[in-house]
Design a protein around this ligand. Structure first.
Ligand SMILES: Nc1ncnc2c1ncn2[C@@H]1O[C@H](COP(=O)(O)OP(=O)(O)OP(=O)(O)O)[C@@H](O)[C@H]1O
Ligand SMILES: [Mg+2]
Length: 232
């Protein structure tokens, strides 16, 4: 929890979010909060607005209506420069599709955020190797995304999202291409890392077994959050 004055505020909060893509109403007044260090699962049928909600909360897409606050600060009102700096330093994002840079190897993809943060190439590569190991894909370090399986690419993307020690990780179906054993391994590594560093996780998933790793679950339908509950 962050405090601002004497009012307790959540780490991240979206309120009344509305977003249309042409005639499609992707969000119709969605509200959600994420506390510091909390792991929140977002479930719901295909097309219910989960990815759009994630993009709005991560400051990647601007909502048509509603607000997004991060540690009490209005993200949707920040100038682009400050917003991209915040995204680079405080957020880690695993997109549902096409997240890795195709020309770079797994090792270079994972090392990239550290290079951008000013680490030397040698240090960035050492750390990147450790993170690939944590997600069970060290053996694929030299492969480019087009040479990896979907699941290997997802693990690499998770390693890249976590390597800078962000405050919030946004993960859109990070186990979507994995079988149940591999999902379990990846979720164990993700939850362990998040707990260790106090990172909050917004986790979109279709899989009830994956959602069970979260502290809390919210369900979306038709562009809004319709149910809120505690998992397992
Ligand atoms: N960039 C876009 N352009 C046009 N329509 C979009 C765009 N992004 C999302 N939509 C539409 O908005 C609605 C919500 O999409 P969204 O991707 O948020 O759903 P989702 O819950 O993540 O679905 P899935 O489980 O299939 O990933 C869908 O009808 C989708 O077609
Ligand atoms: Mg989606």
């Amino acid at each position: 929890m962050n405090t601002k004055g004497d009012v307790t505020v959540p780490l991240l909060e979206g309120r009344g979010l509305v977003k249309a893509y042409g005639p499609t109403q992707a969000l119709r007044g969605a509200s959600v909060r994420l506390d510091e260090g909390e792991i929140l699962a977002v479930t719901g049928t295909s097309g219910s607005g989960k990815s759009t909600l994630l993009h709005c909360l991560a400051g990647i897409v601007g909502p048509d209506e509603g607000s997004v606050s991060y540690a009490g600060e209005r993200l949707d009102r920040l100038p682009e420069k400050r917003l991209s700096e915040l995204r680079r330093t405080e957020f880690g994002v695993v997109f549902q599709f096409g997240q890795l840079i195709p020309e770079l190897t797994a090792l270079d993809n994972v090392a990239l955020p550290l290079l951008l943060a000013g680490l030397t190439r040698a240090d960035a590569h050492t750390r990147a190797g450790e993170w690939l190991e944590r997600f069970g894909v060290r053996g694929q370090a030299g492969l480019r995304p087009g040479e990896m399986s979907g699941g290997q690419a997802q693990r690499t993307a998770l390693a890249r999202a976590l390597i800078t020690g962000p405050k919030v990780v946004f993960a859109d179906e990070p186990t979507g291409a994995l079988d149940s054993l591999a999902s379990e391994q990846v979720m164990t590594a993700l939850v362990h890392t998040a707990r260790e560093s106090g990172t909050a996780v917004l986790l979109i998933t279709h899989d009830a077994q994956v959602a069970a790793y979260a502290d809390r679950e919210v369900r979306m339908a038709d562009g809004a959050v319709v149910a809120v509950g505690v998992t397992a």
